[in-house]
Design a binder for this molecule. Structure first.
Ligand code: DQA
Length: 151
């Protein structure tokens, strides 16, 4: 069974209380349950993580590269939070490892402030999705399942 690695960046630990009009009322623990259900549906093991630290996310992407090379990783869903808009290091880590990665945002970043319109992740990602609320996590896992069969 392959693993779906779900990585969450800064401030996503505050889901549920953080700007609920933008991000909804569900907590990160709720999102983990939702991801577990999606992984069960698609035959993946779930590895779900969150960090507020850019270097930790880089290290986890490197780990993902090793797992993908070993054939045990289906892919990564990355919500890099605000690092999406600032981090050349995350861009380089995705490019450098060659991992299959879905960039995800809960909100529609293009309907928000201008500084959220640019992503350093998108050019290195296999797929990009935003604006589906936390349901997007399950959709992204379904997307990873499609990729296993050649999509
Ligand atoms: C976010 C959008 C980012 O612009 C923001 O900095 C976040 C969350 C989202 O999930 O909508 O922290 O990635």
């Amino acid at each position: 069974m392959k693993t779906a690695l779900i990585l969450n960046g800064p401030n996503l630990n505050l889901l549920g209380t953080r700007e609920p009009a933008v991000y909804g009322a569900q907590t990160l623990a709720d999102v983990e349950v939702l991801c577990a259900q999606a992984c069960a549906t698609h035959g993946f093991a779930l590895d779900f993580r969150q960090s507020n630290h850019e270097g930790q996310l880089v290290d986890w992407l490197h780990e993902a590269g090793r797992l993908q090379t070993a054939g045990t990783l289906a892919g990564v869903v990355l919500n890099a939070g605000a690092y999406t808009h600032t981090s050349v290091a995350l861009h380089d880590a995705i490019k450098g490892t060659g991992i299959t990665l879905v960039e995800l945002h809960i909100s529609n970043v293009f309907a928000r402030e201008d500084f959220r319109h640019h992503s350093f992740i998108s050019a290195a990602a296999r797929s990009v999705m935003c604006g589906f609320g936390v349901a997007g996590y399950a959709l992204a896992i379904a997307g990873l399942a499609g990729m296993q069969t050649g999509f």
